[in-house]
Unconditional design. Structure first.
Length: 85
């Protein structure tokens, strides 16, 4: 599923970059900027967002057993407890 989303993200990003170039050319030459070109910027943003999807590196807290949760609490020290200002 992640690979599918990244593939779609690549396509959307490429489409958005092409649209951005088209928008800049129209702006530079003084032509009017169309509504679809503004929509293309949203496509670029969506494509970049899909490319940044990362797998969860930490286990979800609800999947931890109570003893594992207690161990995580003991490991954690706040910045106050560590003596840093």
């Amino acid at each position: 599923m992640r690979n599918l989303l990244r593939g779609i993200g690549r396509i959307l990003t490429l489409t958005g970059i092409i649209n951005l170039a088209w928008l800049l050319v129209n702006w530079w030459t003084g032509k009017p900027i169309g509504q679809l070109q503004i929509l293309g910027l949203l496509v670029l943003a969506l494509g970049l967002t899909l490319l940044r999807i990362r797998p969860d590196e930490k286990p979800v807290k609800s999947n931890l057993s109570p003893s594992q949760r207690e161990e995580e609490k003991r490991k954690h020290k706040s910045w106050i407890e560590s003596g840093k200002n």
